[in-house]
Design a protein around this ligand. Sequence first.
Ligand code: HEC
Length: 126
Amino acid sequence: MRHLLIIATLLLATSAQAETPRDFLTRFEKEAGATSSAERGARFFNSKHGDEWSCASCHTEQPTHTGRHAKTNKAIKPLAPAVNAERFTDTARVDKWFRRNCNDTLNRACSAQEKADVIAWLLTLK
Ligand code: HEC
């Protein structure tokens, strides 16, 4: 019984561990079954997809900078991990915002490939 408790505690501790942007990149590449392309990510991020907004509409074309919400005008901290260490460290937050923002921008979920490409590009920004 004691052993089981210890194992359960260890498992919990591991799953609560903070993730890194590289972990997310690896996860989405694995889901997509393909490597990412930073260049494709930049194009995806800065283009409109048939709707009013691109990702850059709120996050700017230079996500090392502070963004501004296209509708509410609220400031949005930079998305690039190099200047904002909180980015891509929390699975719940990453999944929630990808879901919401992709829906707002594309009217659908982003594919694993698109997510991998965006993260690959964000990781090149300094
Ligand atoms: C209408 C404005 C808006 C648009 C368009 C938008 N976002 Fe966001 N995004 C936000 C807001 C608001 C947040 C949450 C506040 C914050 O995290 O600073 C956010 C957060 C995120 C996060 C959370 C990252 C983390 O770990 O904290 C990711 C990833 C993200 N956006 C990606 C995208 C991508 C990719 C697109 C284009 C498909 C996009 N966003 C388009 C407003 C927007």
